[in-house]
Ligand binder design. Sequence first.
Ligand SMILES: [Zn+2]
Length: 372
Amino acid sequence: MTPFWVTYLTMLAFFFGACVGSFLNVCIYRIPRDESVVAPRSHCPKCDAMIAWYDNIPFVSWLALKARCRHCGAPISPRYFLVELLTSVLFLAVWNKYGFYAEKPHYELVPIFWLVISGLILGTFVDFEHMILPDRVTIGGMIAGVALSLLVPSLQNAHSAQISFMRSLIGLAVGFGSLFAVAEVGKIIFGRKRIVLEAPVELSFSAAENDERTMKLGDEDWAWDELFPRASDKWKLECPAAKLGDRTWNNVVVELRESGLNIGGEKFPAEQLAAFTASVNAYRYPREAMGFGDVKLMGAIGAFFGWPAIFFTVLLSSILGSMVGIYLIVAKKYEWQSRIPYGPYIALACVVWILGGREWWLDYWFWLTGAR
Ligand SMILES: [Zn+2]
């Protein structure tokens, strides 16, 4: 390839990343809200004005508009710029690692790794905002990982489609199974958490029904389905004062379940929650040490990269997670930690695998077996 083409393709990788990042921003906003990612055209969530193509150019528009909507001046989240930049930089890094600049280029792997990185970015930012990993990323990733292993055996470092397919299935099973086991053990060890508050905070519920209902505890808003990871879960709230309609209680323990309230031994159905308010001193709530989304994500990573990647990703993500956890305890922000999702650590560890760990592992494997 001539230097012109190398420069051209390198720049193209970066700008293609920016365009994909721009699309990922749309997905990050719409997928958790169950909106279509193709139609309608993008509009401002505040004033509903349609966003023109010239206000939708990666990087440029966000900077030119000074992070505000052209029509109503509503602030546009820095996430839009960040996701575009992150996608561009990682697309470029994959191109540099596996494309022209590689000792042994693997052009066929470049689009596959771009796809994986797009999925990881999408999952990470949705997880930060909503504490969920979309099935389109996790289950979609498992299916795509197995299918692409069949089509491109070099993904699993195999010479035949059968071996590649087998390695992908084994990776899926190891990834899914190992994190499933961790999640089950975690439930037993960390399944409950008691928080004692410095000063009482107010508790109330929205008037909406069933799954649409939200709970407000102090400054925090909880979605109804986020409150009870399992159907048998309950919250135990220590309340200096509680009120339901005309009735009041003092120094009472209130239990909250999906079905409703138990106030000092007396039961009330969930339909009455809108009329309930209380101040809360301390509470004990069920939590998942790890969500099922993380289990499925690890299955997808195994399907793409085989079991060695699982070993690497589990190890690195738990080291990263512990380091942040220790920092939060030292910085006395410990309560915050209970709301940090684990998915982003897995995603980061997987990116490290793509950009370095995989090569390190293959070198080690070849050294061990003498094959090449
Ligand atoms: Zn606007």
